[in-house]
Design a protein around this ligand. Structure first.
Ligand code: ZN
Length: 588
């Protein structure tokens, strides 16, 4: 490709709307262009990078016996009603009507569609296992699209679905996808960690997320280097400390004028936050039911984990209740609320709360607190469960070692769906005895466009992108220092043609620009290799090959330039093929 013909609107200045490196660099290097909130155009260079990731995904899916299909983006509501998800999915689903008033959505995911396909076409155990996948635009009407293509409303996703005859088969399919994902992200040059996760709206149980590590990452990961435990913060838990053996003292009510918060109470009484009870009121919102006000108790130093609360209450959504609601339903002021004697509200307590002795909490009376509160003696919660958010320093649930934490970008997720969808949609097969049984399913997603952004997050410097060879839009750029110089132009043209003949994806910078501009653009776009044709080298019949990642420069005879570049490209691809970018041990 000649640069003069390339559509690459690079920007000199940092775009104001970009908060993170990948977003900023994708705009500056002319890879994407924003059309509306969370909706982007992929320009030629960006599209080539996306296609590289797609090709890697395809190869690894096919290697595991996957078959590519093309499913519709527009999906009829009836299928989603069969599984109950038309109501459950919420406002992220992009809904539309046709001219006859029939309802549809733009596919946020394809469990219903694929299960409908398989129930119509597969009916015998002889046709199983089956692994189908597609690479396609997905739509989610994010409440707050941001970070460019990282959290967009339209994005490219690879989604795969496995169908098996039994649990062992499903486990094999899941393990095969785990393996494929490790190869895909390793080949893309990512450093990542597979972590246990909450299944969320997809349902089923048993799921891992693949997190590309990045400082800015939206997701928080908690992990243990000693045993390999790793989970995202929504799912992570910790080993409970042994319960205190303190003697319970008699319950006392004391005046605490003006004290409302955990910190104020700690300050006034010397009782630290981790020995207090924090009470939070939430509305548990369920389908076709009046919202229920619930009280959640966690230790004073803990954050409540809303995902865990949602799961514990069986709610579609939990929403923090405001002071007026709490006063109206429970008759207590929020700042002085406590579990002792609380009426008319279901109380859920975190396990750590139950281990506290002689603790302190609100007395359900303005300006009073209860002291020497002993959970189990002074109040009995309706439900004791895990509601806490754990983090760095907490004891690993498997081995007790203090855990570490890191930020990550979720680039993929794999789920065991069991029979959730096959039962709801009647996707059955006849086993060897002629018995009708539901198929065991799994589903497996990769955010393809997000993966491109994650690669840039991990591979850039102050000058621009540093593409891994496998994902680079082009392998190399040929830069004549002065295009008006006939000798330089002729050699650059010749090296460029030889590169194309050698199978190297190359750009010839044929613009009449100052060398500084060309070098800056080459660095910004991040070509892994640059061939510089300049007057000093030419005098000796040589050109320079520079690696973007290291800055290492080597001078080679003109005759050998194309072959040397082709070898470097192949060596880099081979290395990416061999590498394992995963951190931590594999979990069961
Ligand atoms: Zn551990």
């Amino acid at each position: 490709m000649r640069w003069s013909r390339l559509l690459v609107p690079t920007l000199r200045e940092d775009p104001a709307e970009a908060e993170i490196a990948s977003h900023r660099l994708m705009l500056r290097a002319g890879l994407i262009r924003r059309v509306a909130a969370g909706i982007y155009e992929w320009l030629p260079l960006g599209r080539r990078a996306v296609a590289k990731v797609e090709a890697i995904v395809r190869e690894e899916m096919n290697r595991k016996g996957g078959q590519e299909v093309g499913l519709p983006i527009v999906q009829p509501a009836e299928l989603w009603r069969e599984t109950g998800r038309w109501a459950e999915y919420g406002e992220e689903m992009w809904r539309l009507r046709d001219r006859h008033g029939r309802e549809y959505c733009l596919g946020p995911t394809h469990e219903e569609i694929i299960t409908d396909l398989v129930r119509a076409t597969v009916n015998s155990y002889r046709q199983l296992p089956l692994l189908l996948y597609q690479i396609q635009n997905k739509y989610r009407d994010e409440i707050r699209p941001r970070f460019g293509v990282m959290r967009a409303r339209e994005f490219v996703m690879k989604d795969a679905y496995s169908f098996d005859a039994d649990v062992e088969g499903m486990e094999r399919s899941y393990a095969a996808m785990d393996d494929a994902y490790r190869r895909i992200f390793s080949r893309c040059g990512l450093v990542f960690r597979a972590v246990a996760a909450d299944p969320g709206a997809i349902g089923g149980s048993g799921t891992h997320e693949f997190m590309a590590l990045a400082d800015y990452g939206e997701a928080l990961i908690v992990y243990c280097d000693a045993c390999g435990y790793a989970a995202n913060v929504e799912k992570a838990t910790n080993r409970l400390a042994p319960a205190s053996d303190e003697e319970p003292r008699p319950l006392e009510k004391r005046p605490t004028p003006g004290i409302r918060t955990i910190a104020e109470l700690a300050e006034a009484t010397g009782i630290p936050a981790d020995r207090q009870i924090k009470i939070l009121f939430y509305w548990a919102i369920r389908e076709n039911e009046e919202p229920e006000l619930v009280a959640a108790l966690v230790r004073g130093d803990r954050e409540l984990n809303e995902v865990k609360l949602k799961n514990a209450t069986g709610a579609l959504e939990v929403r923090m209740a405001d002071r007026e609601d709490v006063l109206r339903v429970a008759g207590v002021p929020t700042g002085s609320a406590g579990p002792v004697g609380l009426r008319g509200v279901r109380v859920l307590a975190d396990e750590e709360v139950m281990a506290l002795r002689n603790t302190v909490c609100g007395a359900n009376e303005e300006d009073y607190h209860l002291f020497n509160v002993n959970p189990g003696r002074d109040f009995v919660p309706d439900q004791v469960t895990d509601l806490r958010t754990v983090g760095e320093g907490d004891a690993c649930p498997q081995c007790g070692t203090p855990m570490a934490s890191a930020r990550g970008i979720e680039v993929g997720q794999i789920f065991k769906l069991w029979t959730k969808y096959s039962e709801a949609l009647g996707c059955t097969f006849k086993d060897a005895d002629g018995q009708e049984r539901p198929m065991l399913m799994g589903c497996y997603g990769i955010g393809v466009t997000r993966t491109v952004a994650a690669v840039i997050e991990q591979h850039h410097d102050e000058r621009g992108i540093i593409w891994p060879m496998s994902v680079a839009p082009y392998h190399a750029v040929v830069v004549p220092v002065n295009i008006r110089d006939d000798a330089q132009r002729d050699v650059a043209e010749r090296v460029y043609r030889e590169l194309l003949d050698a199978g190297v994806e190359a750009v010839l910078d044929d613009r009449d620009e100052r060398p500084g501009v060309k070098f800056n653009d080459a660095d910004l776009i991040g070509f892994p290799l640059r061939v510089t044709v300049g007057p000093r080298g030419l005098a000796e019949g040589r050109v320079e090959i520079t690696e973007r990642a290291t800055g290492a420069t080597e001078s080679v005879p003109i005759d050998e330039a194309a072959r040397t570049v082709a070898q470097k490209v192949q060596a880099a691809l081979d290395e990416l093929n061999r590498r394992d970018g995963s951190l931590g041990k594999r979990q069961a």
